[in-house]
Write a protein that binds this ligand. Structure first.
Ligand code: AMP
Ligand code: MN
Ligand code: MN
Length: 319
């Protein structure tokens, strides 16, 4: 922790980035750390390759996040948050790789240990938990904007305090964030309570797509490009849907196949995996070149949908 803080203090300009198709923890850790460093007097470039999902656009400071790199590298330190490996930040990875200093802040078990400095703690419920500790140690004031991002990161990565990564820190930190001015109802309304009609229609199709393996231990949900087109939705709207497939009794692993949203490359899929706590899906995802946590992981793959379904169903036979 102290060497990371030293590095941050010595830096003048920082590039802060998180993974593509960001979730609440990715955006929350990006904004909370970025705002904290700004308060400390640093110049900060906030970066995420993907558009910010609609449900997170209420976060104070969200307008600071850019989808493009500055024309030339002007930062001395890059901080990569909530990424098991550098490539998770997307196409900028090649360029960011050449940063003079790289700090890796994450909580994935599959973290590759990239970067010159690391704060990787798989026991942390979220990357925002680690950012919280860092800001505290740097005596940075947790104002309402920073608190809202930390709260949202913890809330979403713990599945509203239901997933196995929910620890006492999740409650303690969130209670403090409420004291700092966060209104839990307002956050919940934005994150879970205001969906487009298209998203609800997409949920209907996704539920309808669920197939169960012959042994009943694996459920498979499929979201295709055609479904996105018909409901006028995109990948951010799929967030959380896999949990329906995971809830089915006797299911140990739920998989969600998501086809490229624009249909330009119909052979490119993202696969999400969730476990009921008895199977290490991070290991399964890693065997396909991806990663994640024991109970939640994912990977990208090029295949035909038919072959991919076969591959996924083969996983079921070993459960
Ligand atoms: P998702 O599949 O997007 O629901 O993500 C589940 C978990 O796996 C998250 O913690 C992700 O950061 C991680 N994850 C998803 N896709 C990948 C990937 N291609 N490589 C490494 N980790 C991934
Ligand atoms: Mn994440
Ligand atoms: Mn996370």
């Amino acid at each position: 922790m102290n060497t990371v803080i030293d590095r941050l203090i010595k830096s003048r300009t920082l590039f802060v980035a998180t993974h593509i198709n960001p979730d609440g923890d990715a955006i929350g850790s990006l904004i909370s750390l970025g705002l904290g460093l700004q308060q400390y007097g640093k110049r900060v470039y906030f970066y995420n390759e993907s558009p910010i999902p609609a449900v997170y656009r209420f976060l104070p400071g969200v307008e600071l996040v850019k989808q493009t790199l500055p024309p030339k590298r002007e930062w001395d330190t890059a901080v990569i948050l909530d990424c098991g490996d550098m490539e998770r930040i997307g196409e900028a990875a090649d360029q960011v790789h050449r940063s003079p200093q790289i700090i890796n802040i994450d909580h994935h078990v599959t973290n590759t240990g990239f970067g010159h400095y690391r704060l990787v703690d798989p026991t942390a419920c979220s990357s925002t938990e680690i950012v919280y500790r860092l800001l505290k140690q740097m005596h940075i004031d947790i104002d309402e904007a920073i608190a809202t991002s930390i709260y949202t990161g913890i809330l979403t990565d713990t599945g509203s305090f239901r997933f196995a990564n929910t620890n006492s820190a999740a409650y303690v930190i969130c209670a403090e964030m409420v004291q700092c001015g966060v209104d839990p109802y307002t956050v919940a309304q934005h994150v879970y309570g205001t969906y487009s009609l298209g998203r609800i229609k997409l949920l209907n199709m996704a539920l309808d797509s669920i197939e169960i393996s012959p042994n009943g231990k694996l459920s498979l949900m499929t979201v295709t490009h055609d479904m996105f087109a018909e409901t006028d939705t995109n990948p951010e709207d799929v967030d959380g849907m896999i949990n329906y497939a995971k809830r089915i009794e006797d299911v140990r692993v739920a998989a969600l196949i998501m086809e490229n949203a624009n249909g330009a490359d119909q052979k490119r899929f993202h696969v999400s995996l969730r476990s009921d706590g008895t199977v290490d899906v991070a290991e399964i995802a890693a065997s396909f070149g991806g990663g994640g946590h024991f109970n939640a992981a994912g990977f990208g793959v090029e295949s035909s949908l038919k072959d991919l379904k076969k591959t996924i169903n083969a996983i079921a036979e070993n459960l």
